[in-house]
Design a binder for this molecule. Structure first.
Ligand code: HEM
Ligand code: CU
Length: 653
């Protein structure tokens, strides 16, 4: 590699990014120094093992990445708004759709999902933390450092441009020689290891750390959704790890797994990556289904309709989703019999999903619905996901897919399920649990502006794309000529679509404003049960004390907190005297953060094929593992008196 290629040059947008990165860094360093916050940053955040704080860090990262992915989206839509546009050169367009797709799925949806896991699960099952708090911190920092490694490719070395799943032969060295593709590999590889560890952590947490009286069949549906998503993570993330390792061997060591010329086969990569990739989209949507279930029950003020069928549907979805991957390449030429199997399996998924939709509707039926922000997002999800699901069944019809494949019809379909299903769900979850984690209320009026602009923007942006697909517009094209634009009618629809993208951009700004405004002016929640809700997380203070539960809650039924509230309202209810005990807690440690820094060094070194640096980083990683195994002072006790005092100060006695 030539030195002159190190910094990306020649594009005003890149210089703008250079300048803003430099300014932001200087500003952060300045304020941390001025307000003497370095110590606070290290003690309270960088070394924390508290699941609530880790959840908050995931949330902030996800919102930042939503912003970056959103800017990418707006740039692409600007480019496509009119025919014959040369605002973005073609290579730059390729880089942008690649980074947009990668960031939205791996560095926005995944951390948003892990934010909800961390902020909610221990509280919802009556636990004091996750099963492995240290590993949880390692997972976060691996995700974060992987995301940073991927993101700096924008200004250093150049971005990947072979699409969000980087199919060979395009992603092989012969066709993508620069470091961009390596950034993609190492960014995802490092954060992927973190995701796998998170999956394991939450399976064990949910199975082993529930308050002893909570039976599985009384567990809230969000916890069930996290369990099924985590099992799917455990099943498929190793496939991603291995696939990326094979691509690394091809690129860095001259292997030929995926190169035809030496007996390899690129279709092998396509199969492998979708064996992970398809379950991955169900991994991100299942927790959203969990959120909808909690929100619908709380704001219809009813028990969820069809609890067991909800659990069975989620398990069915996660199992069947393993057998659908080839629907992404019906046109590969595997033959009719293979296509039939995968088409049918794909269509089968519509059944459990339909069951869930009916259950949500029946829960709302005859309920006293409160139209709060989380409920609005949930109600908007139902029709949106229905249409997205229906177009999915259209795509699953293998012969018809020969028409839809690689067209804007597909783009419209997957954005409809990813935005209408996943993003709406995570936003609903963020609004729902915000008062719990932060202890104050979010402004409704600004939130409603955000909501309606998102909704209108979504349909204006993506409905025209279905039509564009039928009119022959293929995905991943950076421009189209006047004849297509005006005579074939692509231009007006593309222009409308771009307007929709801007509306969603404005909607996001309203949400940022909403959060900033509420930090300053939001009313404190002193009840701990802001929505008059049903599950255990609402039975403790907001924000919860470090140990979550002063005494482990007793669960006799589903919706444990709701029925305890009913009991408390009964005449002659006597509060049982509480006996406080010392609580065992994990100690903060800087090792996960330091380990991630070494991973960054390793990833950066291998990206530029500076092997000395790559191996130095790996040795550092091994060193931190070694250091951890000699760390004996890893836990402490909070005394019974201290717990009692904290509870008193929180007004909980
Ligand atoms: C917020 C509004 C969004 C807009 C306006 C938008 C727009 C776009 C556009 C214009 C493309 C490129 C189409 C092409 O040239 O082929 C694209 C691709 C893509 N988007 Fe989005 N997007 C949005 C949100 C999302 C979200 C939330 C996700 C995932 C959670 C997502 C995932 C993807 C993926 C995976 C691709 C394919 C990238 C590739 O072809 O390699 N997008 N999007
Ligand atoms: Cu799929």
């Amino acid at each position: 590699m030539q030195k002159s290629h190190f910094f990306v040059t020649g594009d005003p947008m890149i210089y703008g990014a250079d300048a803003s990165i430099a300014l932001a860094t200087i500003a952060i360093v300045f304020f941390l120094t001025k307000f003497k916050k370095w110590n606070w940053l290290w003690r309270e955040w960088l070394t924390t093992v508290d699941h609530k704080k880790i959840g908050i860090m995931y949330l902030i990262s996800a919102l930042l990445m939503l912003f970056r992915g959103g800017v990418d989206a707006i740039l692409m839509r600007l480019q496509l708004a009119i025919p014959n546009n040369h605002f973005l050169p073609s290579e730059h367009y390729n880089e942008i759709f690649t980074t947009h797709g990668t960031i939205m799925i791996l560095f926005m949806a995944m951390p948003f999902m892990f934010a909800l896991f961390n902020m909610v699960i221990p509280l919802q099952i009556g636990a004091r933390d996750v099963a492995f708090p240290f590993l949880n911190a390692v997972s976060f920092w691996l995700f974060f450092i992987g995301a940073m490694l991927f993101n700096i490719s924008f200004v250093i070395g150049g971005s990947a441009d072979a699409g969000w799943l980087s199919y060979p032969p395009l992603s092989e060295k012969a066709f993508s020689p620069g470091p961009g593709q390596n950034f993609w590999i190492w960014g995802i590889q490092i954060s992927g290891i973190g995701s796998l560890a998170t999956g394991i952590n939450f399976i064990v947490t949910i199975l082993k750390m529930r308050t002893p009286s909570m039976r599985l069949r009384d567990m809230p549906l969000f916890s069930w959704s996290v369990l099924s998503a985590s099992i799917a993570i455990l099943g498929v993330f190793p496939i991603l790890t291995v696939t990326l390792a094979m691509l690394t061997i091809d690129r860095l060591l001259g292997g030929h797994f995926f190169t035809m010329t030496a007996g390899g086969n690129p279709m092998m990569y396509v199969n492998l990556i979708w064996m992970w990739g398809h379950p991955e989209v169900y991994i991100v949507v299942l927790p959203a289904f969990g959120v909808y279930s909690e929100v619908v029950a709380t704001f219809s003020r009813k028990r969820i309709f069809g609890y067991s069928s909800m659990v069975f549907s989620m398990i069915a979805i996660s199992v069947v989703s393993y057998y659908t991957w080839a629907h992404h390449f019906f046109t590969m030429g595997a033959g009719a019999n293979v296509n039939i199997v995968f088409a049918i399996c794909t269509m089968i998924i519509a059944i459990p999903t339909g069951v869930k939709i009916f259950n949500w509707l029946f829960t709302m039926f005859h309920g006293r619905i409160k139209f709060t922000l989380p409920m609005l997002w949930t109600m908007a999800f139902v029709p949106c996901f229905l249409v997205g699901g229906a177009t999915g069944v259209m795509l699953a019809a293998a012969p018809a897919d020969y028409q839809y494949h690689n067209s804007y019809f597909l783009i419209a379909h997957f954005h409809q399920v990813l935005i209408g299903g996943v993003v709406f769900g995570y936003i609903a979850g963020m609004y729902y649990w915000f008062p719990k984690i932060f202890g104050f209320e979010l402004n409704e009026r600004l939130g409603k502006w955000g909501f309606w602009l998102w909704q209108i923007g979504f349909y204006v942006c993506f409905m025209p794309q279905y039509a564009l697909g039928f009119m022959g517009m293929t995905r991943r094209i950076y421009t189209y000529n006047d004849a297509m634009g005006w005579d074939m009618g692509w231009a007006p629809l593309n222009f409308i679509s771009t307007i929709g993208a801007f509306l969603m951009g404005i909607a996001f700004l309203f949400q940022v404003w909403q959060i900033l405004y509420s930090i300053k002016y939001g009313k404190r929640d002193v009840t701990g049960d802001f929505w008059d809700a049903r599950t255990l997380e609402w039975s403790i203070a907001s924000p919860p004390p470090i140990y979550n539960f002063a005494t482990l809650p007793v669960v006799k039924d589903r919706d444990a907190w709701w029925y305890r509230k009913e009991d408390m309202k009964k005449a002659g209810y006597k509060k049982e005297p509480i006996k406080f005990e010392a609580i065992h807690m994990p100690k903060n440690t800087g090792i996960p953060f330091i380990m991630a820094v070494f991973w960054f060094i390793a990833g950066f070194g291998f990206t530029f094929e500076w092997n000395w640096m790559g191996f130095a980083g790996l040795i550092g990683v091994a060193g931190t593992l070694f250091a951890r195994s000699f760390q004996y002072d890893t836990d402490y006790y909070i005394s019974a008196e201290e717990v009692e005092q904290t509870e008193k100060a929180l007004g909980r006695l």
